[in-house]
Design a protein around this ligand. Structure first.
Ligand code: ZN
Length: 351
């Protein structure tokens, strides 16, 4: 170890950026499948990776058929997959699951546990397949059947789900980092001649401290502003609904389905989906910072067609300008807003 601050180089499809800051927590959303219903030559069915780069792990949201094949061309390793969240049990979000679980087991030395979250029925689906087409998994797999509320929590993040509105029970998930306590301003303490040691610890905790020379210091004056965590929300399949609107409040990134254009609103209603316009309205109303649309009907893929993907993007951007359209292998870093004592600093990629 050189003892120098490590530089972090992140290479993902379509991007290449380098950070001069010390990298602690870089979060990137990488799309593995962005089409609805059935795969096309351009888009596989649903699968979205959420990558925690420095932790060397990633999570998967939905697992349509062919997801493990997409992974071979993506910057994530199947061995580092830690959790899978299934939004609902429609085939284009689920049929890749068993194959992926089985392949994860074939890797030599693969032993890290895997947690699988999803709606009621996911456990029965898994068991039914295992009974008829058994696979011996060489790692512990735990299946968690979700209901509204917190589905996972650790020291850094909390994952919450809310029921969306679809033809079958479907959940939207939110991944929210916890607030990070402000940094201890060691220079300020040094300048005041505060002796290092336990007193630093007390000040860092925001406590009041009496120095040996009788001076009284308030720890709160020595700690920077707490850093808000990032919030990323995945809608899954849904019509526009109140629950997703509430879940998405203030999100840094909302990944919302936009299966149809507003001109095909009747199809959206019939199939329990959203239009690009509706997704943009929801993003605007929820006050999110950015919107990424996915789960597109193949009907707009013809670049010479009457209505194209560009038109779909324009439809959304007319309402919510900070909208992008996902593509397979598209990677989207989620920025963290840094707060300083003087106010907000420029957003940066790292934690
Ligand atoms: Zn569906």
């Amino acid at each position: 170890m050189s003892g120098q601050t490590p530089k972090c180089v992140i290479r993902a499809q379509g991007e290449d950026f380098q950070s001069k800051r010390r990298c602690t927590r870089t979060v990137i959303v990488t799309f593995l499948g962005t089409g609805s219903g059935a795969p096309t030559t351009k888009r596989n069915v649903s699968g979205i990776g959420l990558r925690f780069l420095q932790a060397g792990k990633w999570w998967l949201f939905d697992c349509g058929e062919g997801t493990q094949h997409q992974l071979l061309r993506a910057p994530m390793k199947i061995s580092q997959l830690e959790k899978i969240f299934i939004t609902h049990l429609h085939g284009d979000h689920l049929y890749g699951l068993i194959g992926l679980l089985a392949s994860r087991s074939l890797r030599n030395g693969e032993a890290s546990p895997l947690d699988l979250y999803g709606p009621p029925g996911l456990d029965r689906y898994f068991r039914a397949i295992m009974e008829t087409s058994p696979v011996h998994l060489h790692y512990p797999l735990q299946i968690h059947i979700v209901s509204e509320g917190v589905v996972y929590e650790d020291e850094e993040v909390v994952v919450t789900c809310r029921p969306a509105r679809h033809r079958v029970m479907s959940f939207a998930y939110s991944v929210e980092e916890k607030e990070k306590p402000g940094a201890f301003q060691v220079e300020k303490a040094r300048a005041l001649g505060v002796p290092s040691g336990p007193i630093y610890g007390a000040l860092k905790r925001g406590e009041q401290v009496v120095l040996p020379d009788g001076r009284v210091l308030d720890g709160r004056d020595f700690v920077g502003e707490a850093q808000p965590g990032r919030k990323i929300v995945f809608s899954g399949d849904t019509e526009p609904c109140q629950a997703v609107l509430q879940l998405a409040q203030g999100a840094d990134l909302l990944v919302h389905e936009a299966t149809y254009s507003q001109q095909d609103k009747d199809l959206a209603v019939r199939s329990g989906h959203s239009t690009a316009q509706e997704a943009a309205q929801l993003a605007r109303d929820a006050g999110v910072k950015s919107l990424c649309l996915t789960h597109f009907s193949p009907r707009y893929e013809d670049e010479e067609g009457e209505f194209t993907m560009e038109d779909l993007l324009a439809e959304a951007q007319a309402i919510f300008p900070n909208t992008t359209l996902a593509e397979d292998f598209y990677s989207l870093p989620v920025k963290r807003e840094r707060k300083t004592m003087g106010g907000n600093e420029e957003a940066c990629y790292n934690g």
